[in-house]
Design a protein around this ligand. Structure first.
Ligand SMILES: NC(=O)c1ccc[n+]([C@@H]2O[C@H](COP(=O)([O-])OP(=O)(O)OC[C@H]3O[C@@H](n4cnc5c(N)ncnc54)[C@H](OP(=O)(O)O)[C@@H]3O)[C@@H](O)[C@H]2O)c1
Length: 357
């Protein structure tokens, strides 16, 4: 029998829009392969929302994407957006079940919504890392929850979380997780290999849209810290953010500049990083922004690695464990961008649907 599924999307940025397009374009294939109809009953951004209890039509979903791309609100101007919790109650008026609440915002403070959805028996999919990377006291209920998935929070669509979940399922004990977990910093480091000064590498990454609009959001290392913290917590180590030592690639003195002023002053950092590149190259090594974590804590920093190390390649995650003791389990490949992330979210939605009887 064809399952009828309600989905309410919080967040209509790059990932949210890509997800809506994937649902519209893949609708018949998804229905045929998974025996389910996905009804996107609602979409909310930070200021506005659209809702239809029976599901928004494909024409309405395309209109939503077009509106967001044009910088317009999702509803008519002047409408008031209910609170996140009120939107959840609206979503629960839809008939089709399961109801899957999707958080593809980049926001802190989504926990009350997610907790309430789970408490009401609904299902949750996250691409947003923040609820999983906050204080352990508020984050722990999201780990290993049978009705929550978060594949896209680490690895940008590569099956990193699924692999770790598998290792835990077969009672493997994880010893260490390492990763080159940022596409933008991986790109910048590869530019450094080629002798490009740091400031030019950052400008190029920004110009290509690989960094956030403010590149300090990538260079500061907090996003990578959240990813390795999520993996650590999954592995069974209840660490806090403070247990991960983070090397920021810019000094505190440049933290409060405007983006334009920061970009202008970036060449001040070229000499220091250039010297580290030269030292690495002289030893046949490359610099990479690498995360490591074990039960005792972790680090996120620029490190010199042998040029032949798997971690020297763009996007790689390595698990060392009891089963993979002498040779680590490696996962690598393209893992960045909104399409891959949205695909990971769609995979999570279908995974939850499959588990619903
Ligand atoms: N981009 C990637 O390649 C990638 C990869 C892995 C993971 N992720 C994660 O995926 C998430 C989404 O990324 P993105 O690139 O799509 O971000 P984005 O373009 O900044 O979009 C965020 C969206 O969330 C909306 N929003 C904020 N608070 C909200 C709330 N309370 N309720 C509903 N919507 C709210 C924003 O609304 P407005 O439009 O009104 O501002 C915006 O539409 C982030 O957590 C990111 O870390 C992204």
């Amino acid at each position: 029998m064809m399952k009828q599924v309600s989905v309410f999307l919080f967040g209509a940025g790059g990932v949210g829009q890509a997800l809506l397009q994937q649902v519209v374009n893949g609708r018949s294939a998804i229905a045929a392969r998974n025996q389910c109809q996905l009804h996107i009953v609602g979409v909310a951004d930070s200021q506005s929302y659209a809702f239809a209890a029976a599901g928004l039509s494909d024409a309405q979903l395309k209109e939503i994407v077009a509106r967001k791309r044009a910088g317009q609100p999702l509803d008519e101007p002047g409408g008031t957006r209910p609170s996140d919790l009120a939107l959840l109650q609206l979503a629960r008026q839809s008939n089709a079940r399961p109801l899957i609440v999707v958080d593809v915002t980049a926001s802190a403070g989504m926990e009350p919504l997610l907790n309430e959805a789970l408490a009401q028996g609904e299902r949750v999919v996250l691409a947003n890392k923040k609820p999983l990377a906050g204080p352990w006291a508020t984050a722990q209920q999201f780990f290993h929850h049978p009705r929550l998935r978060h594949e896209s929070t680490v690895g940008g669509g590569q099956p990193v979380i699924a692999t770790l979940r598998y290792l835990l399922d077969v009672n493997d004990s994880i010893w260490e997780i390492s990763g080159q977990l940022s596409g933008s910093l991986g790109f910048i480091c590869q530019q450094l290999d080629r002798g490009v000064p740091f400031s030019q590498a950052v400008s190029a990454a920004k110009g290509l849209g690989y960094t956030e609009p403010d590149p300090r959001d990538d260079l500061g290392g907090q996003d990578v810290m959240r990813k390795i913290l999520i993996l650590a917590r999954m592995a069974g180590w209840p660490l806090e953010a403070a247990d991960i030592r983070v090397e920021s690639l810019y000094p505190v003195s440049m933290a409060n500049l405007s983006v334009a002023a920061f970009m202008q002053r970036l060449p001040e950092l070229d000499e220091g990083i250039g010297a580290r590149v030269q030292t690495a190259v002289a030893q046949n090594q490359v610099l990479r922004y690498v995360a490591h974590v074990s039960a005792a804590g972790g680090s996120v920093s620029l490190q010199a690695l042998p040029a032949t190390s798997p971690l020297a390649n763009l996007k790689y995650i390595s698990f060392r464990s009891h089963l993979y003791d002498d040779e680590p389990l490696l996962i690598g490949g393209k893992g960045a961008g909104v399409e891959m992330t949205a695909a990971g979210v769609l995979g999570d939605i279908l995974d939850l649907v499959r588990e619903t009887v």
